[in-house]
Design a protein around this ligand. Structure first.
Ligand code: PFF
Length: 444
């Protein structure tokens, strides 16, 4: 049977952008900026995104499109069957770990969407109490996690062109419109200026090894790097497409989206005199309070939580697809059975993560709750390792002429021909050194 693929340039682009734009942009980026020096952090983040992450993105894309295979087979075949295939397998497994706990947060956004539809943010009950009451309960978070995993699995079962691509084509433009609308509204609130100042006033004293590691980790997470996702999506992209154009367009959209998300959230938080440094609780505790206070807040809340849910779904489907492609192509599963097995697996791990806020709160791994353990392990260690191994593979194992050929479509794309030298230098030298340095300085 012919391999499924994206049907159009726009489709491929929105699917990749959909993978990149996610909870990372709406839920993590604003609070990381807040904690790590505002614009100073943003500057470091932008530098890392384009000097380190874009070359990694291109590397994954090249491996995928060159091989037209799933992540495991891509590493195996391009390296002539060597042990590199285990790196491929590693990148198949990591997204499943992330998906498991990502789906828990996806479930929270469904719950909060329902709460906003029923106008439950009254401002009377403390939002922190509401949030901690919800996440520490047993059933509702589990049910919402199940619903989120089911929707994710359903879209992936349908396939690349008819499932993932169609969904992204409709949802991604909608997502941008929704977040821009909230940002515009939020910027008109009295006192919004202080939020902008907070976001864009640089405080370079906060930029240390820890902040750099946070910026790089966030850039990896936000661009879905080191997970085999871009590789797998890249394998469905037509040979005529321009890898550099698609990669940069994704990186730029992801960055724009994160900044717009910041401008949607921070001005509103400041307009109501709240603390922007409430960490992960920003979206689920601070914002509902803001919505309860602002004019037309009920409607804004609905739009915001729809956006959060859509952003999470277009990312979660990309994580699931990596392992589905592997099982279908390597282990002869049907698409339906692959999705079924992976659903059960991710659901079970996710259930443990969900329960770790409540009944399993006392249980810890390496001094952390189950949820924190998986989040930290994957976003601080596994993703970095995956990205490092990917650039080493492309820069030091594959043939330069093959990379050139794939990147320039056989020498026919003149801009790509011109920039190849710089890109090659970044992949071969700058990325491995930078990733290792930032990773170690973050540990210290
Ligand atoms: N990039 C997504 C976000 O910012 O939320 C997260 C993500 C998606 C990570 C896909 C990894 C992945 F494979």
């Amino acid at each position: 049977m012919a391999r499924d693929s994206f049907g159009s340039r726009f489709g491929a682009l929105v699917a990749m952008a959909g993978s990149a734009v996610g909870l990372g942009n709406l839920w993590r980026f604003p609070y990381l900026v807040g904690e790590n020096g505002g614009a100073a952090f943003i500057i470091v983040y932008i530098a890392f995104s384009f000097l380190i992450c874009l070359p990694i993105f291109v590397s994954e894309f090249v491996i995928g499109r060159r091989s037209q295979k799933n992540a495991f087979a891509a590493f195996r075949d391009l390296s002539g069957g060597s042990a590199w295939k285990w790196v491929g397998l590693f990148t198949v497994i990591v997204p499943l770990v992330v998906l498991s706990y990502y789906s828990v947060i996806g479930g929270w956004s469904i719950e909060y969407l329902l709460k906003s539809v029923t106008f439950s943010f009254t401002g009377g009950e403390s939002q922190a109490t509401m949030f901690s009451g919800f996440v520490s309960s047993t059933w509702m978070p589990l049910i919402m996690h199940t619903v989120f995993m089911l929707v994710t699995t359903l879209i992936v079962v349908i396939g690349i062109k008819d499932g993932i691509e169609k969904f992204s084509k409709v949802m991604m433009p909608l997502l941008f419109v929704m977040v821009i609308a909230i940002a515009v509204y939020s910027l008109t609130l009295p006192g919004a200026g202080r939020g902008l100042e907070y976001l864009f006033n640089p405080d370079f004293s906060k930029i240390d090894g820890h902040a750099c590691a946070a910026a790089l980790g966030q850039a990896f997470f936000s661009l879905s790097l080191g997970f085999g996702t871009i590789l797998t999506y890249g394998s469905y992209v037509d040979k005529k497409e321009n890898i550099f154009f698609q990669s940069s367009a994704t990186a730029v959209s992801d960055l724009m989206f994160a900044l717009i998300a910041g401008m949607a959230i921070m001005p509103a938080v400041f307009a109501f005199g709240l603390d922007p440094q409430s960490g992960p609780g920003l979206v689920f505790e601070t914002l509902p309070f803001v919505f309860s206070q602002m004019p037309a807040g009920g409607v804004i809340a609905i739009v915001f939580f729809v956006a959060l849910l859509v952003a999470a779904l277009t990312s979660s489907i990309s994580m699931l697809e990596v392992a589905v492609a592997y099982l279908v192509e390597e282990k002869r599963f049907t698409r339906v059975s692959a999705c079924g097995v992976l659903f059960v697996l991710c659901w079970a791990v996710g259930a443990l993560c969900s329960l770790s806020f409540g009944p399993l709160a006392g249980f810890s791994i390496a001094g952390r709750s189950i949820f924190d353990f998986f989040d930290n392990l994957s976003s601080n260690v596994l993703m970095t390792l995956g990205s490092l191994l990917t650039v080493l593979f492309v820069g030091w194992r594959l043939k330069k002429t093959d990379i050139y050929d794939e990147f320039t479509n056989g020498g026919t794309l003149s801009t790509n021909v011109k920039i190849f030298g710089v890109l090659w230098f970044l992949i071969r030298y700058v990325c491995p050194v930078a990733i290792t340095t930032v990773f170690i300085s973050g540990l210290l």
